[in-house]
Design a protein around this ligand. Structure first.
Ligand code: S3P
Length: 218
């Protein structure tokens, strides 16, 4: 038991660009009373420039090296909610590490919804100069990595509140099953449950949807 309680209780969100990881992560952290960190923000803070500027000046391989450094920094974190960049878990060996660092949750939005949202928000160098077919191919390849998460949720037609409530429920179930803090057990992957709510899709909610925070029990 002592060994199990040493396992970090982080919650790590993975998924394609535009899936709503930042929006969900921020609200989830508030709901759980935990710190929220984003791998992209850790990188921009270290480099002192934006993600598009880093890609522009040094290219994607350099950015992936920075992500590898951030992965090492994540091993120091406990009880955090972490939103990762879309490509973060997709480098060799990274998903294995993330699965050890806490409960990994895949926010799996439809390609069309994620693509539209990522484009609308902008600042995504992986979309620049790529045709929609190329981005769709990247999306398909990455699904095989993301689906290894402990929990997968198709958020396309879920509200942010419903997504957060579903994650909180999963953490509590997992905690109960494992008889130890959430993130320490070996619960099987939940099937993506489809729509749990009929409000705005999670991917379309603006950041910081605090006024809807208590709409569902969590
Ligand atoms: C990337 C996704 C971005 C960011 C960078 C690379 C990717 O994060 O890390 O532009 O390779 O998919 P988001 O998933 O938050 O857009």
């Amino acid at each position: 038991m002592a060994a199990m309680t040493a396992v970090p209780r982080n919650v790590i969100l993975v998924g394609f660009m535009g899936a709503g990881k930042s929006t969900v992560g921020r609200l989830l952290a508030r709901r759980l009373g935990r710190c929220f960190v984003e791998t992209d923000a850790m990188i921009t803070a270290r480099e002192g420039r934006s993600i598009p500027e880093i890609f522009e000046a040094r290219g994607e391989p350099y950015f992936r090296r920075l992500e590898a450094e951030v992965l090492e920094a994540l091993t120091e974190k406990h009880d955090h909610v972490v939103a990762t960049g879309g490509g973060f878990p997709c480098e060799p060996g990274v998903m294995d590490r993330l699965l050890e660092l806490g409960t990994v949750v895949w926010l799996a939005a439809d390609f069309e919804a994620a693509y539209a949202r990522a484009n609308r928000i902008g600042g995504r160098p992986m979309l620049a100069g790529r045709s929609i077919e190329d981005v769709a191919a990247l999306y398909r390849v990455r699904q095989d990595v993301y689906r290894r998460a402990h929990l997968g949720l198709d958020t396309t037609r879920m509200t942010v509140d419903a997504v957060v409530a579903r994650i909180v429920r999963h953490l509590r179930d997992r905690e109960r099953r494992a008889g130890s803090p959430a993130g320490a057990g070996d619960a099987p992957l939940d099937a993506a449950p489809g729509s749990l709510g009929d409000g705005h899709p999670a991917v379309d909610q603006p950041a910081g949807v605090g006024k809807r925070q208590d709409a569902e029990g969590g």
